[in-house]
Structure formats: structure tokens, C-alpha cells
Design a protein around this ligand. Structure first.
Ligand code: HEC
Ligand code: HEC
Ligand code: HEC
Ligand code: HEC
Length: 480
């Protein structure tokens, strides 16, 4: 047997409540999330085809979530199955041409570009094996992209003794990821939906035409056609909905900080320093606004950003702060926390990269006890209502000024509204659903269709006055 080399490579593993039944009293939650979830170990991927047998995961497709039908289900409904195929589209070729500065679209082969494959197939894609692994690549984001490379567990996991192995050992000794653990799951999705130092969607890639990545775990999880039973999630985690939202925000912030740290580090390299400041860190409308006058987007007095400053950390930071307050971690929200100092530093159009490296590392560590608190202490209905009314109150004013803030607010409100019924509050009624749907439609962005001359999906036509009215009508139906 080859030597096992787990622990060191995967310090981030946080133990789940998953096997609470077997390990009851010795709940191993004491292992904190000191660092980010690392990338996959160097184990071999065996390919989704290995899971497809009728007796394994290729059983009857309907009803949804039927055990043993995961493959049939994934291959029919899951958007991830086409993640590789999309690299053959014209849009991908154009992105690749622009990004790699190739002379023509004909020269572009994104399907062989390890950067693309690291998110459109599986993390840590090794370029050397592209040809060899063609049959594996074709599966796109398949079973192992989320459940871990199966080299060591493929035959083991159908053995009788496997059920007795702890989630931790399954992970550390065999390389199977503990997807039942919500924190871990949130990190697993963030690997591709936010990015890592190894593979990221920076402003260069966005300017080349790649969609901006906006990770929202709760919403993306709800959107992924589920090949498992939500009842199992909810029996493990009674505050599943709100906890998913809260972990999405905090784990999202931490993953983004890790990415920022690596961007700042690369900016300091002597040979081929990375781009700095990295524009993708900022509110897009800090720079992109209409050239016509007057333009709402040229009004620099918006929010708390002063003229000449840039708005940083727009997407999850706001939610993370609200959760910190609700969970009595006010230190994170204070001006002299690492996060507070980092935000001020980043508002500067050319922040010192070495200070950013240091502060983002500190800020990331600052979040660890908050994430642990979320894992250990169930949210109450009162806390959910506090978060909900906070979101609704703030989205009334400056927060609805730009699409990003309004979309972030909308997604939070939906997640928290869903969470209320989990915790004994009323279920969403028809009126609430109608109003939320109407708000949703005012946030729609025209999508790009084949043959479009536009390069990017953009909320350029976003109308804050309509959204503000919609938000007001939603506030009427929720508690204050
Ligand atoms: C950090 C991970 C990451 C990297 C690197 C990456 N992508 Fe993506 N890509 C994504 C994710 C996630 C989405 C889905 C975005 C969404 O809808 O939220 C996506 C979406 C796309 C889409 C739109 C797909 C659709 O169905 O509309 C195209 C095209 C695309 N990527 C091409 C590329 C190409 C070409 C490269 C390499 C040059 C690349 N991507 C690199 C993660 C990545
Ligand atoms: C985008 C990520 C993702 C992909 C791709 C994915 N899964 Fe899953 N899978 C999950 C998550 C999250 C869960 C829920 C947590 C759990 O039960 O482990 C899950 C659960 C499962 C379960 C457990 C069901 C149960 O009731 O215990 C099986 C079996 C499974 N997946 C098999 C597969 C197979 C086979 C494929 C490929 C055809 C696949 N998964 C692809 C994320 C993914
Ligand atoms: C290995 C990288 C990877 C992982 C891990 C991953 N995704 Fe994705 N995901 C992608 C890519 C790439 C796309 C774009 C696929 C396309 O459009 O062709 C995508 C698309 C999606 C979409 C459809 C886009 C949309 O917003 O409509 C959802 C939903 C989604 N992912 C949810 C999840 C969730 C939830 C998890 C974690 C359980 C997860 N993903 C894990 C790479 C990944
Ligand atoms: C600090 C200023 C700044 C910020 C912030 C910024 N950009 Fe840019 N952007 C530019 C500049 C300058 C260019 C032109 C040079 C280039 O392509 O990099 C550009 C180019 C682009 C292009 C290509 C436009 C074209 O017609 O070729 C797109 C798309 C784009 N940005 C999207 C975004 C998105 C999305 C965000 C937010 C995530 C963003 N930008 C944030 C300054 C910025």
C-alpha cells in the first residue's frame, strides 16, 4: 500500500455532526477550522463512469433523491454535467483568445487549458494528463469533483465495513470529502465558485468575457438539483437553512480573504508579479459607469465610500458582519478589527500589498471562532428575525443603490424567510412568494445568447427606484 499522506495536507478538516449517532459523546468538533479547506490531495480520479453502474448509482432516475440513482439524476439534471462541454462553445473560445492574447479564435483551445479545467472539471487539474484522461475530463464537474478523488475509496466504499469508518477517516485516509458537514460543503463549493490561489477568475478573465463569480452557498445549494434527501440534511442540522446562509457568508468571506492574500503575495513577486490592485476585488461600479452626464453611477457620495476611494468586499462581508453582531462577536465588526483595518486599507486605490497580505491573514483567522460558533450554537427564530429585519432595513437605503447590493440583499432575505419555518415560524405564504418573485424579476440580467455581440452579462440597466419600492412592500410582511 502506498504511504498515506493525509493530515498535513488537509489541516482544515472540520469534524461534522454527521456521525453523531456513532460517536455521540465524543463529538470531535474540537478540531477548528484554522485554515482554509486545502485543495484536493494528489490522488487519482477514476471518472464518473465508474459510478454509473445500475447497481451502484445508475438506478431509476425518478423520484428525485432516490438512493442509488445519483448518477442517472446528475447526468440528466445537474448543471455541472455540462461544465466541460461549455468549453467547446464559441463563448469559451472568445474568452480564451482574449485571456491568452491569441491572434484568433481558431487558435483557442480552452478545453486543454488547465486553468479552465481546474474549475470546469475538478480542482487541481494536472495539465500533463489531459490527453490521457480525456474520458475523465468529459464528465465535467462529476462525482469526484465534489466527493473527492476515488482512487482509494472506489472499491472500499461498497464494502460492508465502510459504514463503520468515521467521516474523518474516510477523508484523511481515503480522500472522500465529508460533504455531509455543512462547513466543509460550503468550502467545497467555494473552491470553484469563488476560486483558490491555484485557479481563480480575476479581472483579466472577467474582462476577457468570463462571468463574474458570485458565490452564494444557500442559493446555489438550493438551485443544484439534489441527488440526496433534504430531510437527511435537516435531521442532522435542524437550523439547516439559516446555517447554510450564515456559513455561505462567513466561509465565503474567509475563502475570499485567502484569495486576496494570495493575490497580494503574487503582486510582490519580483519575476512576473501578478496584477495589483486586483480590480475583481472591488465593486465594479467604482470604475465602470456611464460616460453620459448626469449618471447615477458617477455620484461618488453613494454609501460610505469617499471620492477617490474604492468599495471593497461587497458581496459577503456585509452578511458576515450582521452574523457577527447577531452572534455577539462585535469585535469583528469594530473599526480596529483586522477586517475593519483591511477594509480601510483596501479602499485606497493602491493599497500596500505586503500590508494586505498580513491583514487578510489576520482577518481570516479572526473569523474562525465565529464559524465555530455557527456550527456549535443553533440559531433561534429570534436571531433569524433579527438578521432578516436588519437586511430589509439596510436594503432600503444605500444598499439598494447598486445591483450587487440589492442582489445580495434579495438572496439573504429569501434564505432567511425560508429558514423561519424551519425554526417554528410561519411558512412563506402566497403573498410573500409573489412579492419576492417580483423583486427577483427586477434583478434579472439579460443573459448572453449564442451569436450575441455582447461580451458580458451586465446589470447596466439596473433600476434602483423599482427595487426600493419592491423592498418596501416586502418589509411590510416580515417582522421588525
Ligand atoms: C475559479 C473557477 C473557474 C475558472 C478558473 C474558470 N471558470 Fe468558467 N465558470 C466557473 C463557474 C463557477 C461558472 C458558473 C458561473 C455561474 O453561473 O454562477 C463558470 C461559467 C463559465 C461560462 C459560462 C457558462 C454558461 O453556462 O453560461 C463559460 C463560457 C466559462 N465559464 C468558460 C471558462 C473558460 C474558457 C475558462 C478558462 C479560461 C474558465 N471558464 C475558467 C468557474 C471557473
Ligand atoms: C456539485 C457537487 C456534487 C456532485 C457533482 C456530486 N455530488 Fe453527490 N452529494 C453532494 C452533496 C453536497 C451531498 C449531500 C451530503 C452527503 O450526503 O454526503 C451528496 C450526496 C451524495 C450521496 C449520499 C446520498 C445519501 O443519501 O447519503 C451519494 C451516494 C452521492 N452524492 C453520489 C454522487 C454521485 C454518484 C455523483 C456523480 C454522478 C455525485 N454524487 C455528484 C455533492 C455532489
Ligand atoms: C470543480 C468545480 C466546482 C465545484 C466543486 C462546484 N461547482 Fe458548481 N459549477 C461549476 C461550474 C464550472 C459551473 C458552470 C457550469 C456551466 O454553466 O456549464 C457550475 C454551476 C453551478 C450551478 C448552476 C449555475 C447557476 O447559478 O445557475 C449551481 C447551482 C452550482 N454550480 C452549485 C454548486 C454547489 C451547491 C456546489 C457545492 C455542493 C458546487 N456548485 C460545487 C463548478 C463547480
Ligand atoms: C479599479 C477599476 C476597475 C474595477 C473596480 C473594475 N474594472 Fe473592469 N475594467 C477596468 C479597466 C481600466 C478596463 C479596461 C482594461 C482591461 O480590459 O483590463 C476594464 C475592463 C473590463 C471589461 C472589458 C470591457 C470591454 O469592453 O472590453 C469588463 C467586462 C469588465 N472590466 C468588468 C468588470 C467587472 C465585472 C468588475 C467587478 C467585478 C470590474 N470590471 C471592476 C477597470 C475596473
Amino acid at each position: 500500500m502506498r504511504p498515506l499522506k493525509p493530515h498535513k495536507m488537509r489541516p482544515a478538516y472540520i469534524f461534522g455532526t454527521t456521525f453523531a449517532l456513532c460517536v455521540l459523546a465524543v463529538s470531535p468538533r474540537s478540531l477548528p477550522a484554522q485554515t482554509l479547506r486545502p485543495t484536493q490531495p494528489a490522488l487519482r480520479y477514476v471518472g464518473t463512469g465508474s459510478c454509473a453502474a445500475l447497481a451502484c448509482h445508475g438506478g431509476r432516475r425518478e423520484p428525485l433523491g432516490l438512493k442509488g440513482s445519483e448518477y442517472s439524476f446528475w447526468s440528466t439534471y445537474d448543471p455541472h454535467r455540462k461544465a466541460y462541454g461549455v468549453l467547446f462553445d464559441d463563448r469559451s473560445k472568445i474568452i480564451e483568445r482574449n485571456y491568452r492574447r491569441l491572434g484568433s479564435v481558431e487558435k483557442a483551445a480552452p478545453e486543454n487549458d488547465a486553468t479552465c479545467l481546474s474549475c470546469h472539471v475538478h480542482p487541481n487539474f494536472s495539465p500533463k494528463s489531459v490527453e490521457f484522461e480525456q474520458h475523465l475530463v468529459a464528465d465535467g464537474v462529476g462525482c469526484e469533483s465534489c466527493h473527492g478523488p476515488a482512487e482509494r475509496w472506489l472499491s472500499a466504499h461498497s464494502e460492508r465495513w465502510w459504514k463503520g469508518v468515521s467521516d474523518r477517516d474516510k477523508f484523511e485516509l481515503f480522500g472522500m470529502t465529508p460533504t455531509k458537514d455543512l462547513t466543509y460543503r460550503a468550502e467545497q463549493c467555494a473552491v470553484c465558485h469563488i476560486g483558490t490561489p491555484e485557479a481563480e477568475v480575476n479581472h483579466d478573465l472577467i474582462a476577457a468575457g468570463h462571468p463574474r463569480l458570485l458565490y452564494e452557498f444557500s442559493n446555489q445549494q438550493a438551485k443544484q438539483p439534489r441527488h440526496w434527501r433534504i430531510e437527511d440534511d435537516k435531521s442532522r442540522t435542524p437550523d439547516y437553512e439559516v446555517r447554510s446562509w450564515a456559513l455561505g457568508q462567513t466561509v465565503g468571506t474567509r475563502t475570499s480573504l485567502r484569495l486576496l492574500e494570495s493575490r497580494a503575495q503574487r503582486a510582490q513577486e519580483i519575476h512576473e508579479p501578478g496584477p495589483w490592485p486586483e480590480f475583481a476585488e472591488y465593486d465594479c461600479y467604482s470604475c465602470h459607469h456611464d460616460l453620459k452626464q448626469p449618471s447615477r453611477r458617477q455620484d461618488l457620495s453613494r454609501g460610505d465610500v469617499k471620492p477617490g476611494e474604492l468599495a471593497w468586499g461587497d458581496w459577503t462581508l456585509n452578511g458576515t458582519r450582521r452574523i457577527a453582531t447577531e452572534k455577539s462577536f462585535t469585535s469583528i465588526d469594530s473599526a480596529d478589527s483586522a477586517l475593519g483595518r483591511l477594509q480601510r486599507l483596501m479602499a485606497n486605490p493602491s493599497p500596500n500589498a505586503s500590508d494586505v497580505t498580513r491583514l487578510s491573514r489576520l482577518a481570516s483567522a479572526e473569523l474562525v471562532p465565529l464559524i465555530e460558533r455557527i456550527e456549535q450554537e443553533r440559531f433561534s427564530l429570534r436571531q433569524v428575525d433579527g438578521l432578516l429585519s436588519g437586511l430589509l432595513r439596510s436594503s432600503e437605503s444605500a444598499d439598494a443603490a447598486e445591483w450587487t447590493q440589492a442582489a445580495r440583499g434579495y438572496l439573504g432575505v429569501v434564505a432567511l424567510a425560508r429558514a423561519r419555518s424551519d425554526l417554528g415560524g410561519p411558512a412563506l405564504d402566497g403573498l410573500a412568494v409573489d412579492r419576492l418573485t417580483s423583486l427577483r424579476s427586477s434583478l434579472n440580467i439579460p443573459t448572453i445568447r449564442p451569436g450575441d455581440s455582447r461580451l458580458v452579462d451586465s446589470p447596466a440597466d439596473y433600476d434602483p427606484s423599482r427595487v426600493t419600492t419592491e423592498l418596501r412592500s416586502i418589509r411590510e410582511i416580515f417582522p421588525r
